[in-house]
Design a protein around this ligand. Structure first.
Ligand code: NCD
Length: 312
């Protein structure tokens, strides 16, 4: 397969395993480009991309912007804080105004689940979801999968434990959906209150004991507690969360096998992982960030190709 089956990247749910394979293989080629002395290619010279961030972001926003610039696209940036959204403009009006300036693709982060999907039905641009509330974060799952595949050679049969705040995490849902499509075994681990009730429908193992989870897995993906999405208290205190679900060097030293430690960032050092773990040889956290640029280049390139096809 050389073309995506989708016109937008809204979620992992709608991707075929062949789409995922194509994105990961294309990202591998772009990673090679990024390691050359001249990191820029003219591929998207005729494309204009708007990055619309209605929610805070550091890594994802910079990563998309770099990916776009490495592909020679024209780029405009928009952050909700400084925009007319605060004056009562609707999402469709905001975006249509931006699109009337001849924008081809929109990368959007929004607090509302389904915002990217909604936009894709109302505007004529390729939409990439950079995180919609607690729903999905497809490019994060793709870069996580790329990083695992790069280290372990495959995703098929690999055991991945996703640890922490599963219920509020778009990273967790996108990772579970992607890893299952690619034949990995997935476990989620955390306190009962942070595991969603619909978890049984996803075909994953559920574990509440971190020690058992790390003994089982090849890869531990440690998630941040999403305090900003919690209207209630889901566990007694940070100290108790850390004691039960914080990954330490003692955990890793006690294992009779190496495991990879991942984290989508931002890390709360000393909560879900200690500083020693984050900076240890087990950790591939900075490699994930590096791979993010190549994966986003692949997504932008493949969607632009699909767009050309649609317009011709
Ligand atoms: C994540 C997000 O925003 O969903 N971060 C990211 O995109 N790298 C995870 C988080 O905020 O904890």
């Amino acid at each position: 397969m050389s073309k995506l089956s989708v016109k937008h990247l809204l979620d992992i749910k709608k991707l075929e395993s062949e789409d995922i394979q194509l994105i990961l293989d294309t990202a591998k080629e772009f990673k090679e480009v990024l390691n050359r002395p001249i990191k820029k290619v003219p591929t998207l010279r005729d494309i204009t991309i708007a990055n619309l961030f209605f929610e805070n972001s550091t890594r994802t926003k910079l990563s998309f912007e770099l990916a776009e610039k490495r592909l020679s696209a024209d780029v405009v940036n928009f952050s909700a804080g400084s925009s007319s959204v605060n004056k009562g403009e609707t999402l469709i009006d905001t975006v249509n105004n931006i699109l009337s300036m001849k924008v081809d693709m929109v990368v959007m982060r929004h607090a509302r689940p389904g915002a990217a999907q909604f936009l894709s039905q109302h505007v004529d641009a390729s939409i990439i979801n950079a995180g919609d509330g607690r729903h999905e974060h497809p490019t994060q799952a793709l870069l996580d999968a790329f990083s695992i595949r790069e280290k372990l050679g495959t995703l098929q049969g690999i055991k991945i434990a996703i640890v922490g705040d599963i219920v509020h995490s778009r990273v967790a849902l996108s990772n579970v959906l992607l890893l299952k499509k690619m034949g990995a075994e997935v476990m989620v681990c955390g306190p009962t209150t942070l595991i969603p009730k619909y978890i049984d429908t996803l075909g994953v193992r559920v574990e509440h004991n971190l020690q058992i989870a790390i003994e089982w897995c090849d890869v531990a993906n440690m998630l941040r507690v999403q305090h900003e999405r919690q209207d209630l208290k889901y566990f007694p205190s940070i100290a108790e969360y850390r004691a039960q679900y914080g990954l330490t060097m003692e955990h890793l030293d006690g294992l009779n096998k190496p495991i990879l430690v991942m984290h989508p960032g931002p890390i709360n050092r000393g909560v879900e992982i200690t500083s020693e773990v984050a900076d240890s040889e087990h950790s591939i956290i900075l490699e994930q960030v590096e791979n993010g640029v190549a994966v986003r280049m692949a997504v932008l390139y493949l969607l632009a190709e699909k767009r050309k096809l649609g317009n011709s």
